[in-house]
Design a protein around this ligand. Structure first.
Ligand code: TRP
Ligand code: ZN
Length: 472
């Protein structure tokens, strides 16, 4: 991603270099070339863009839930990783009303999911330079249908909407480098009619109401992948409390919860267990990675699934404890340690499923071995190897979850000793905290930590196409 365009040694380029050398923040003055349109993800090759690295998104949204329309301003702060003549952001639907780069009007073009910005002639995006793109946009954000048939993007709900972005849907409501490999900090401000709430990731500021509209502001200081960004708009009962768990690792963080009023009474008991679950997981997986936690509980009909939106997972109706444990485990596995590409999904779902196995073992006395055996016997888990789903439609399928969890348990058996196994898990979440990791990173990490060649374990459980003979 850091290849440099050779400097063209013309007199004017040399002059431009001389002039730009004295401008702070700009190194070199070559024209550059367009950043890549697409990061060649194995399943979604067009997602994401090359030539820059986003450090911060500032999103200001004005939403009309009745019309399901919004008006937005996205300020994207990014560092050029090559000399850029133009670059792309991912955005589907909506109308781009105007754009600037470094304060000067930029030329805008659209093709498919690519929004292309070409900076004004006076703006140089040299490698290493941090630039700011401001995109003003409006319209009715779309709902997308995933390869697996589920709905994502901007979903209409009974009294508002919810934005869910796994794997691609965030590009329906803001322009971004829409690939998990480019994580960034966020500030998200959402204005809605008074009486509705807008709940997002991170920590809230006090809402401000003026002229019948209320603005909710959310700050996400830790890096977040675009697929984990959310905004839920509706009639919510909200609570903001300090985590009073005394476990140390999760104590003191803020717990912000929002439950749709239609399900608020039924949600109270499970929401009250969040501090317990976070502390229980922190003891096994290492320190909770974010400044706040919580949950958003919508209507059962909002989406067919829960999602591990950063800081506070989204649930379509009150979850049971197992599902809460699963989505909270993703805060470590997925949200903090984020897949390098969509092929590495089992690192999310395998660990989140394993967290459920650990939970029922601890709370209900069901041995992990029983959960393993049930998953082992289930033919659905053997459709394909977890580290190599055949198509984009498969990244949410049982082998990624159930067999992914079997991989984790096989690692545990290889390690043998429980104290050493949990030290290894904590070391993993620490090594890639707030970053990205691939399957190759995981296997290399485990082999280094154990000092063993585990190639047979990987070839059987991660990559093997057939079910091995059951163990005695
Ligand atoms: N990650 C979600 C979970 O297990 C499930 C999910 C929702 C999903 N949308 C997806 C998985 C798209 C893969 C792709 O909690
Ligand atoms: Zn999951």
């Amino acid at each position: 991603m850091n290849q440099r365009t050779p400097v063209r040694r013309t007199a004017s380029a040399a002059l431009a270099l001389l002039v730009l050398a004295v401008v702070p923040g700009c190194s070199g003055g070559v024209e550059g070339r367009p950043g890549a349109a697409g990061l060649r993800d194995p399943y979604f090759p067009r997602l994401g863009n090359g030539g820059y690295d986003v450090t911060h998104y500032d999103l200001v949204l004005d939403v009309d839930p009745a019309a399901q329309r919004l008006r937005g301003t996205a300020t994207v702060t990014a560092r050029a990783t090559q000399d850029l003549s133009a670059f792309h952001l991912d955005l589907v639907g909506l109308t781009v009303d105007s754009a600037t780069v470094d304060g000067r009007p930029a030329a805008v073009s659209r093709a498919g999911q690519k929004l292309t910005l070409r900076p004004d002639a006076g703006v140089r995006l040299s490698e290493g330079h941090t630039f700011r793109a401001v995109v003003r946009y409006s319209g009715a954000p779309r709902t997308l249908t995933d390869p697996d048939g589920s709905k994502e993007g901007w979903l209409r709900t009974a009294d508002g909407s919810v934005a869910l972005g796994e794997p691609t849907g965030s590009m329906t409501w803001f322009p971004s480098n829409n690939h998990p490999s480019d994580k960034a900090a966020y500030d998200i401000a959402v204005t809605v009619p008074e009486g509705l709430a807008a709940v997002s990731n991170g920590e809230p500021a006090a809402p401000v109401t003026a002229a019948g509209r209320t603005t909710y502001r959310w700050h996400v200081g830790e890096p977040m992948a675009s697929y984990l960004a959310t905004v839920a708009i509706g009639r919510f009962d909200t609570k903001n409390t300090k985590n009073t768990e005394k476990s140390g690792t999760a104590g003191g963080i803020e717990v912000f919860t929002a439950a749709d009023r239609a399900v608020a009474a039924d949600s109270t008991r499970i929401l009250a267990r969040i501090p317990e679950v976070v502390a229980w997981e922190a003891r096994r997986f290492g320190p909770y990675p974010f400044a706040s936690t919580g949950a958003i509980i919508g209507h059962p009909g909002d989406s067919g699934y829960a999602l591990e939106t950063q800081n506070r997972p989204f649930f379509p109706g009150p979850p049971n404890a197992g599902l809460l444990v699963h989505e909270m485990a993703h805060q470590w596995f997925g949200d903090s340690v984020t897949p390098e590409s969509w092929r590495d999904m089992w690192l999310n779902e395998g660990f989140a499923t394993y967290a459920e196995w650990l939970w029922v073992a601890d709370k209900e006395g069901v041995p992990v071995r029983d959960s393993f055996d049930a998953a082992f016997r289930d033919d659905a888990n053997w459709a394909f190897p977890p580290a190599d789903p055949p198509t984009a439609a498969d990244i949410s399928q049982p082998p990624v979850y159930g067999r992914g969890a079997m991989v984790v348990d096989e690692v545990r058996r290889a390690v043998g000793d429980d104290a050493r196994f949990f030290a290894l898990v904590k070391g993993w979440t620490k090594a890639h905290r707030h970053g990205n990791a691939s399957t190759a990173d995981f296997t290399a990490y485990v082999e280094k930590a154990t000092g063993r060649d585990l190639s047979e374990l990987w070839s059987t459980w991660l990559y093997g196409r057939s079910r091995p003979a059951p163990k005695g």
